[in-house]
Design a protein around this ligand. Structure first.
Ligand code: BMA
Length: 323
C-alpha cells in the first residue's frame, strides 16, 4: 500500500546490480519474537495511523498456525500480540476455523480487509475486516476447499471486489495456477477466470510447479503490478522464489508481461535454512510517492525479511525480460 510516512528503506549496495536487494538487518522478525512463537513468517503489513499495523502468521510451539495483530512505528521494529486474533461475526454467523495462516491485508474504501488460508475441513480462503486491528469481523469463506493464496485487489474493478487465489489440494499441493474471482458484496464469489498458469518446464523452471499471488497488486501506469511466488520441485523438495507480472488495469485476468527470471530467490542463510529450507514467500509491500518499495517476505517458513527496489525499475525489468 502507498505510505505517506517514511517506509523501511536502505539504498542498493554500491556493489549490487540486482533489481531487488535484501535489507542488511534481515531478518527483521526472528522466530522467537513473541512469548509463544516457534516461527513468524508469511505476514502482512499496512500503513496505519502514524505508523504501521500488521497481521502476522505465528506458528506456536505446538506448531498451531494462527494469525496475530502487530504494530510498529517504523515498519521494522514490531510489537506483536501474544494471543491470536479473536474473531467476531461479520457478514455471517461465526464460522469454525481449525487454523489460520498466510494472511494478506488491504485497505478498501473504509476498512482493512484481511484474507488468509482458513482451515475449514481443508484449506480455503477466510475473509475478515477490521477498522482498528483490535476488533476483527470474520465473513463468509470465499471459496470451497481446497484453496490458498487469497489476495484482494485494493479497489473494486468494474464495480466488483476482485480476488486472486490458487485452487489446491489438502496437502502440499504439487500443482497450482492463479485464478481470479469477483464479488458484488464480499460474500458471494463467482465469475472465476484463469489469470496465469505454471510455465512449461524448462522455459522458466523456477515457476514450473506452482504459482500463487503474493502481496496486494499495485496499480501503476502499465497496469497492476503483481508480485507472486513460483515453485520448482527439486530432488530435495519445493523451492519458492519471487517473480512479478503486470496485469491489465480494467481486465486483470489479462497478463501483459511476466518475468522469465525471478526477482528474488533463496540465497541468504536465513532463506536457505529453517523449518522449511529454500523459501522466499512475499505477502506484503509498502511503497512511497517516490516509487520506492519494501516487500515483506517469509524466509524458510521461520523468520520475516525485507527486500527493496524501485517500482519503475521492476516494471522495466519485467517488460524487458517477459515470457
Ligand atoms: C505453502 C504454505 C506456505 C509455506 C509454503 C512453503 O503451502 O504452507 O505457508 O510458506 O508452503 O512451505
Amino acid at each position: 500500500m502507498l505510505s505517506k510516512q517514511p517506509i523501511p528503506w536502505e539504498d542498493r549496495p554500491a556493489d549490487s546490480k540486482e533489481v531487488m536487494w535484501r535489507f542488511s538487518k534481515n531478518p527483521i522478525i526472528g522466530r522467537y519474537h513473541t512469548a509463544i512463537s516457534n516461527s513468524i513468517f508469511n505476514s502482512a503489513v499496512v500503513p496505519f495511523e502514524d505508523g504501521y499495523a500488521g497481521v502476522f502468521r505465528c506458528d506456536d510451539r505446538s506448531i498451531r498456525m494462527n494469525i496475530f495483530a502487530g504494530f510498529s512505528k517504523d515498519g521494522i521494529n514490531w510489537q506483536i500480540e501474544d494471543t491470536p486474533i479473536q474473531m467476531s461475526a461479520g457478514n455471517t454467523d461465526l464460522l469454525e476455523s481449525e487454523y489460520k495462516y498466510d494472511p494478506r491485508v488491504v485497505f478498501i474504501e473504509d476498512r482493512y480487509w484481511v484474507t488468509w488460508c482458513n482451515g475449514y475441513h481443508g484449506p480455503t480462503i477466510g475473509i475478515a475486516y477490521t477498522f482498528d486491528f483490535k476488533k476483527f469481523y470474520q465473513c463468509e469463506n470465499a471459496f470451497l476447499p481446497f484453496n490458498r493464496n487469497g489476495v484482494l485487489f485494493p479497489k473494486k474493478i468494474n464495480g466488483k471486489y476482485v480476488m486472486l487465489s490458487r485452487p489446491s489440494d489438502n496437502g502440499h499441493t504439487p500443482f497450482g495456477d492463479i485464478y481470479l474471482s469477483q464479488s458484488p458484496d464480499m460474500k458471494y464469489w463467482g465469475e472465476h477466470r484463469i489469470v496465469m498458469k505454471v510455465t512449461p518446464f524448462p522455459e522458466s523452471a523456477w515457476q514450473c510447479t506452482k504459482i500463487g499471488a503474493g502481496p496486494v497488486p499495485i496499480l501503476t501506469k502499465e497496469g497492476w503490478l503483481l508480485f507472486y511466488h513460483g515453485v520448482i520441485h527439486t530432488c530435495n523438495g519445493f523451492r519458492y522464489s519471487m517473480g512479478a507480472a503486470i496485469l491489465d488495469e480494467h481486465q486483470p485476468d489479462i497478463v501483459k508481461y511476466r518475468s522469465r527470471p525471478y526477482l528474488l530467490a533463496p540465497a541468504a542463510p536465513y532463506e536457505l535454512m529453517g523449518d522449511v529450507p529454500n523459501v522466499v514467500f512475499p505477502c506484503a509491500s509498502i511503497y512511497d510517492e517516490a516509487g520506492r518499495i519494501a516487500i515483506y517476505y517469509g524466509a524458510a517458513d521461520t523468520v520475516t525479511g525485507l527486500a527493496f527496489g524501485y517500482i519503475d525499475e521492476i516494471i522495466d525489468f519485467v517488460k524487458n525480460n517477459s515470457l
